[in-house]
Write a protein that binds this ligand. Structure first.
Ligand code: NAP
Length: 195
């Protein structure tokens, strides 16, 4: 029996937007993936002031609804303490022992892997797919000891930071993210204060 090819899309998703969804779809096509699991981060150890994981998980659920290739995993928000990718990937291997894992995330994040906890143990646990925004060059970490692939995603010109700033300034966010997520942001009054 052939191994399942599993994409693991890690991100803060604050909020999730069409750039993330296109990136997952493109990665699935490029690497012939059977499924892409969206894994919202719990408490990112290098950041502060992010929206609660309950809101980020719900927005992710709404965004992927209806796509049978996509699913969500709450392993990172369910684990207490800061989110470390080494734990994410170990937990994924426990849940999917027969999977070939492709960890997909922003290229800026992939280029930082050397600074992450137990970085030397991370490499053997997955193939790495760094998705880039147009015009952003990308460097594969010199110490990369595994498979790192780069994929340029034009739709990633959309950014979560920009969406948050637009909401705060009262500007429209239509066509940048799914309507169900836009409705949720407005209903819960997200991004109207600081950040
Ligand atoms: P981030 O700072 O939110 O994202 C960095 C950049 O990548 C941003 O430009 C972001 O765009 C983009 N991005 C993030 N996730 C993406 C995705 N899945 N697809 C496309 N673009 C994406 O980084 P992060 O979200 O906190 O972390 C990304 C992943 O790396 C998570 O799984 C996290 O747990 C892991 N990580 C691990 C460690 C560690 O083990 N020590 C440290 C840092 C990160 P947007 O702003 O538009 O989303």
């Amino acid at each position: 029996m052939s191994k399942i090819r599993l994409g693991v899309m890690g991100g803060t998703f604050d909020p999730i937007h069409f750039g993330h969804l296109v990136a997952a779809s493109e990665a699935a096509s490029a690497f012939d993936l059977d499924k892409v699991l969206f894994v919202p981060t719990g408490e990112p150890w290098q950041k502060q002031e992010i929206t609660s994981s309950a809101h980020r998980v719900e927005m992710t659920r709404l965004a992927i609804a209806g796509n049978s290739l996509f699913d969500i995993s709450t392993i990172d928000v369910d684990r207490s303490g800061p989110t470390y990718t080494v734990d994410t990937l170990r937990d994924i291997h426990t849940a999917y022992p027969a999977a070939d894992v492709f960890f997909i995330t922003g290229a800026d994040s992939i280029s930082q892997i050397d600074t992450w906890k137990d970085s030397e143990q991370i490499w053997p646990l997955a193939n790495f797919v760094g998705v880039t925004r147009p015009g952003h060059s990308l460097e594969v970490p010199k110490s990369a000891r595994g498979e790192v692939s780069l994929l340029e995603i034009p739709a990633l010109a959309i950014s979560s930071t920009d969406i948050r700033a637009r909401v705060k300034a009262g500007k429209p966010i239509d066509y940048l993210l799914p309507n169900a997520v836009i409705d949720y942001i407005h209903a819960k009054h997200l991004y109207q204060g600081t950040k």
